[in-house]
Design a protein around this ligand. Structure first.
Ligand code: GDD
Ligand code: GTP
Length: 414
């Protein structure tokens, strides 16, 4: 029997995802029509041996209850949400809930960061891990550019045994282009290593050795993985499958494209209501005029109304939004219940990985550049925003419930 653990953080994380995470927690933000972590759940549920999925975070149980019950019905595996009383870090939260993870004595558990998206090769990862008799943890690794690698966990591997000899979390200078994807298989014995790491942290905390924060705080990467490197207990399986982080709103559009591609045919046999340029996800309850043109890379949520002559590409339109006659939406996210007026143009700037650089990842740039100006990115309309007719909104972020009265370029509208 196998289990899976998904780490989702809490409301204080995912700040670069604002304002999209103001009304929907980032792990539940819909990408290709499914909440972000539903893609993780679907990948785990595909493995017959996987009998339980534990989601750990510091969002309230109420916030997660509906989602957990929906998932449980859809995938017929046990899914439980475990709420941390305080953010304990990626290692601290696992250690805190160790009894729940170990219950039933699974052969191993998958550990997935909730903020990555990928074509998760869980079966291969499990087969790889099962072969390494000494291995406590196998990391899914991928190649990054030299320059971008330092924003991730970096690993140096023995070419023959694939054992990780050196692990540095977000190094200050170049270490390796093999990076940690935040996807792992772990044997239960890893909790012994964690117990030692925990004790060390506790001693440091109570002797006042410069450690601040919560006494239960522990980093999985720094306190567990790094010390395991070089002991023949840590392995890395390198993959070439599609993988990306979801940190910024721009990365949601990029992830949307890839998940749409993986889940082709999301019209589920329905006839297209208008001209569709694949790939497109169209919720069955969306009302779309036959003269609209949608795609490529578009997800349309429940209850959305799309009127005559509308053109939408490279965008996510959330539940119950209305796009009025002849409006154009591209490289944008339109929030729930937002309204785009007729003949208006809502346009962002794509922030895809550099196509000319092999292994390049998304740049996840902060909202502002060093001189305080907005970095070019997709346009975001928060929930309930109203864009009047015949206006242009270019590379801007509009906070929820704002009724605009004119056109804006490169601005954050509060
Ligand atoms: N439950 C819980 N509690 N989850 C947490 C906590 C916590 O205190 N802190 C972070 N997480 C979750 C986040 O929501 C995210 O899904 C995951 O753990 C990792 O988040 P970060 O701590 O923000 O790390 P990161 O994304 O910058 O880097 C990690 O992932 C990279 C790949 O995406 C590291 O593992 C890197 O080594 C790795 O390359
Ligand atoms: P996650 O990993 O997504 O949880 O985010 P984080 O906590 O790692 O970083 P965060 O999103 O808070 O910040 C990333 C960068 O964006 C930092 O350099 C911040 O200074 C910048 N940033 C984010 N939001 C704002 C904002 O509203 N104003 C300004 N000036 N900078 C911001």
């Amino acid at each position: 029997m196998l289990k899976a653990v998904i780490l989702i953080g809490g409301p204080q994380k995912g700040t670069r995802f604002r304002p999209l995470s103001l009304d929907t927690p980032k792990p539940l933000f819909p990408i290709a029509g499914l909440p972000l972590i539903q893609h993780h759940i679907a990948a785990c549920a595909k493995l017959e041996e996987c009998k339980e999925i534990l989601i750990i975070g510091s969002y309230t149980t109420n916030t997660m209850a509906q989602f957990v019950s929906d998932m449980q019905k859809e995938y017929h595996v046990i899914i439980r949400y475990l709420q941390e009383f305080a953010p304990l870090g990626t290692g601290g939260c696992l250690y805190h809930f160790r009894d729940q993870i170990r219950a039933g004595n699974p052969s191993a558990f998958f550990l997935l960061n909730g903020d990555v998206c990928a074509d998760f090769p869980l079966k291969e990862l499990w087969a790889f891990h099962a072969e390494k008799s000494e291995g406590l943890v196998t990391i899914m690794g991928t190649e990054a550019t030299r320059q971008q690698s330092v924003h991730y966990g970096c690993m140096v591997r023995d070419p023959a045994s694939k054992a990780v000899n050196h692990y540095v979390e977000k190094p200050n200078s170049y270490v390796s282009t093999l990076i940690n994807c935040g996807v792992y298989v772990c044997s239960l014995q890893v909790f012994h290593t964690m117990a030692e790491a925990f004790e060390k942290k506790q001693n440091g905390f109570y002797s006042g050795n410069g450690q601040s924060g919560h006494p239960g705080y522990m980093s999985w990467e720094q306190d567990v993985l790094a010390p395991l490197a070089g002991t023949n207990k840590l392995y890395a399986m390198q993959v070439t499958n599609w993988w990306s982080q979801v940190k910024t709103a721009g990365s949601a559009i990029y992830a949307n494209r890839h998940y749409l591609e993986l889940n082709r045919g999301r019209l589920d046999g329905r006839t297209a209501p208008c001209q569709i340029l694949p790939d497109v996800f169209l919720h069955p309850t969306a009302v779309v005029d036959s003269t609209a043109v949608i795609g490529p890379n578009v997800s349309i949520g429940a209850g959305v109304t799309i009127k005559a002559g509308v053109r939408i590409k490279e965008s996510i339109v959330l539940n119950n939004a209305t796009i009025n006659e002849h409006a154009l939406v591209m490289y944008s996210v339109v929030g729930q219940e937002a309204v785009v007026g007729e003949w208006s143009r809502v346009e962002g700037i794509p922030s895809d990985p550099d196509p000319n650089k092999p292994f390049a990842k998304m740049d996840n740039t902060p909202l502002f550049n060093t001189d305080g100006r907005l970095n070019p990115s997709i346009t975001i309309l928060g929930a309930g925003v109203v864009v009047p007719a015949e206006t242009i909104l270019l590379n801007s972020i509009v906070l929820p419930h704002k009724h605009l009265s004119r056109s804006f370029k490169h601005e954050i509208i509060l």
